[in-house]
Design a protein around this ligand. Structure first.
Ligand code: IPE
Ligand code: IPE
Ligand code: MG
Length: 259
């Protein structure tokens, strides 16, 4: 199978999007799988299963649009609170995805990576993660980052510990710690911050996702449950993003000039 052909600028414009106003990095809180299933009288896991189709569609579309990175929140460090049967099925599904999609991810030229404490996952899943990461590490296309057993506070805590160790061993002086140094110690070190965070299923919260990295991200909340989210929904989110004024605490360029 060959690599997905990227959209041309004309194609991107035909979607109502501006090729030079696309986000570099989109992060998605894929929520609502359980509700999607329950509203159809199906077991919650059926929602997770169907959600994989949305993952496939959105990964391909993000890559065709030429994004630099797509980060998907798959499993939070708080999701361990769920019943054992759901956890078992979620882990099986994750393993299945990693095995089944490996060659597809590779053939699309994507670079796979994860954030989160993967050492707490089963050895089998750790192995599949390593395989997919290794298989795709020399690819130059979009980075596909899965957040698995991820929690932003735990991530920040780990970064603080690492910096404290460097300080106590004399490698760095505490007063020289910068924002860039903190960013570099996070699991996302070296990745661009997300420009756009999408959350499905009408929830207006962040749920411990990328707290440091999204300080100036644009938020887009979508009503659809994740299993219903498709290419067109991604394009709508990007269209909303493109129309926004990102001021980063400053003024709009026009306002600044007219003063
Ligand atoms: C999101 O769907 C997937 C995970 C958190 C693993 P949910 O399972 O949270 O679905 P709802 O929110 O209960 O509908
Ligand atoms: C956030 O969804 C985590 C993932 C999508 C993996 P949750 O369903 O766990 O979030 P809360 O519990 O509604 O905040
Ligand atoms: Mg949920």
């Amino acid at each position: 199978m060959s690599r997905e052909t990227p959209y041309t600028s004309e194609q991107i414009r035909s979607f109502g999007l501006e090729p030079d106003r696309l986000p570099r990095h989109i992060a998605i809180i894929m929520d609502g799988n359980g509700r999607w299933a329950q509203s159809r009288g199906l077991p919650r896991i059926e929602g997770h299963r169907r959600g994989v189709n949305s993952v496939r569609a959105v990964v391909e579309e993000a890559s065709r649009l030429g994004l630099e990175q797509l980060t998907l929140y798959c499993f939070s460090s708080e999701n361990w609170k769920r019943p054992p049967t759901e956890l078992n099925l979620l882990m099986r599904l994750l393993r299945h995805y990693l095995v089944e999609e490996r060659e597809e991810i590779h053939s699309q030229g994507l670079r796979f990576s994860t954030i989160g404490i993967t050492s707490e996952l089963s050895p089998v899943i750790q192995e599949e993660i390593s395989r997919t990461t290794a298989r795709t590490q020399n690819n130059t296309g979009m980075r596909l980052c899965l957040a698995i057993n991820y929690g932003a506070r735990a991530e920040i805590c780990q970064a603080v510990r690492q910096l404290a160790q460097k300080a106590s061993s004399g490698q760095i002086a505490p007063e020289t710690i910068t924002e860039e140094m903190i960013s570099a110690e996070l699991m996302t070190g070296g990745m661009p911050d997300p420009d756009l965070v999408i959350r499905t299923a009408s929830e207006y919260r962040i749920s411990n996702f990328l707290l440091w990295q999204i300080s100036y991200a644009e938020l887009y909340i979508c009503q659809k449950h994740w299993p219903d989210f498709r290419e067109q929904d991604l394009r709508e989110a990007i269209s909303s993003f493109s129309g926004r004024d990102r001021r980063f605490g400053g003024l709009r360029p026009k306002t600044a000039l007219s003063e």
